[in-house]
Write a protein that binds this ligand. Sequence first.
Ligand SMILES: Nc1nc2c(ncn2[C@@H]2O[C@H](COP(=O)(O)OP(=O)(O)OP(=O)(O)O)[C@@H](O)[C@H]2O)c(=O)[nH]1
Ligand SMILES: [Mg+2]
Length: 301
Amino acid sequence: MSENETDQHFRSGYVAILGAPNAGKSTLLNRLLGQKISITSKKPQTTRNRILGVVQRPAAQIIFLDTPGVHQSKTPLNNRIVDAALATLAEVDLILMMVDVSSPDKTAEALLIQKLAEQQKPVLLALNKIDQIKRQQLLGHIEAWSAALSFMAVVPISAKSGEQVDQLLEIMETNLPLGPPFFPPDSLTDLPTRFIAAELIREKAFRLTGQEIPYAVAVTVDEFKTEKNGRLVRIHATIHVERDSQKGIVIGKKGAKLKQIGEAARQAIEEMLETRVFLKLFVRVQKNWTKDTKALRKFGY
Ligand SMILES: Nc1nc2c(ncn2[C@@H]2O[C@H](COP(=O)(O)OP(=O)(O)OP(=O)(O)O)[C@@H](O)[C@H]2O)c(=O)[nH]1
Ligand SMILES: [Mg+2]
């Protein structure tokens, strides 16, 4: 046991990061951790699961739950995703709501404010993407948002550049309960490496395809083997889509798109594992999986 763990001044607790799709929640989590565990993209509804990340501080351990963007969902997949995000409210000590001030999503934000008003936990508001707006506009946002709910504090930040992120972290730290850490001091996440590998493949498929394709994609890792005394990891993974036409798009002309996705994913996984990776991708049609309860479960949703 380290000195910190017996320290009566040590603080530890859970913080849920909630917001509309695309607010920058996953970007913030990765920045707080100094490492990428949560996938991000310009398109809304990138995150589909609760992603846990542990931030270790000299006198605190803060466990963040990055969540899928809250929105008015219409499909079975999105219903589950939004429910999963809101379910984290019950598990945490503190809620960090994030909004994108450069591109507000009024409907989703109103829905979230309504959910937050119905519960008792303290809420901190981060006004994100301040690098995208003028100072004068920011003052207007601060004023308007301060009246929306009784926030603990309203903090303008840029998750991308890191501006004011330390200040935000400090406020969260000082408002956590006193207590010993929940995770060992070297923990980063509770997610299996296989899951993060599947997510990195999904991120590349998400980023490198357009229109409806990203939302029709799920990724499973079928084989994950360490070889050559840990110097090589062999991964076989499947990209599942809903229709034959989508399969054609993901594969591309003479396999060009799939090659591009595989190359980008391999690099990202190598960076995470700090070892060479051999990645083989397959594409499979699982008809209408986003509407099929059994398939949703199989893909981890
Ligand atoms: N300019 C700017 N862009 C940002 C900032 N934070 C995030 N972004 C970008 O906003 C987009 C969405 O970021 P994500 O972190 O994926 O957003 P999210 O809230 O996790 O989105 P969902 O998972 O879909 O709910 C990405 O293209 C990020 O690079 C910021 O502070 N400034
Ligand atoms: Mg996200």
